[in-house]
Design a protein around this ligand. Sequence first.
Ligand SMILES: C[S@@+](CC[C@H](N)C(=O)[O-])C[C@H]1O[C@@H](n2cnc3c(N)ncnc32)[C@H](O)[C@@H]1O
Length: 219
Amino acid sequence: MSQGFTEITEEIYSYINDKFAKEDLFLKKLQSEALSLGFPDISISAQQVSFLGFILKTINAKYVLEIGSLAGYSAIAMARELQLDGKLITIEIDEERADFIRKKAVEAGLGNIIEVINADAIEFLRDYKPEFKFDLVFVDADKQGYVDYLNYAITLLRKGGIFAADNALAFGEIAKSKLDERESEVLAVRDFNDALASNPYLKTCLVTIGDGLAMAVKL
Ligand SMILES: C[S@@+](CC[C@H](N)C(=O)[O-])C[C@H]1O[C@@H](n2cnc3c(N)ncnc32)[C@H](O)[C@@H]1O
């Protein structure tokens, strides 16, 4: 069995972006507006967008739940890939960010598809009883909540539905023995990866794009 892997150099990274993950003007403008408002630069990468879009098309997704929306970069990118009568529910704790996304969803012509919930995700999910099951749940919020989000996602997903969580490599710290000031977040991601990988109701993998997407399909 080969133990080799190809290191993704800056050159290769740019090559992949050019060929497979071209960012469009709307999302570029959204990013720069969000930065000018002082939003942090922590959205998923164009390559992750391209991968999630690929998955959504593969499963002909209609219903998506996102936890952690920021400026709506990933929400808008994913909503574009859904069936025309699809729904993307995105949960964002920060009110200014939630308002920004609502505005951008309308500008993108996705006002009917994207629903922004301005709430703490755990509090919202505790009582959330949608009339449908989700095709995909994407988690990209506070790391301490990841294990809970996984457990909620398992009940909210349909059989064959996909779970994805960003930062599975914990900012590159996942396998380090000595941790820095982000220790509590790294430990939370480790707990989450352990919970995901050992769950008997899921088939899992870790895709090493961006800061790592932990993936699962509900069996
Ligand atoms: C990494 S950003 C999301 C980026 C977004 N998915 C994208 O790629 O464009 C994380 C977001 O999660 C939000 N967040 C953090 N804790 C949360 C919670 N408990 N409930 C809901 N949102 C939360 C933060 O306010 C932040 O905007």
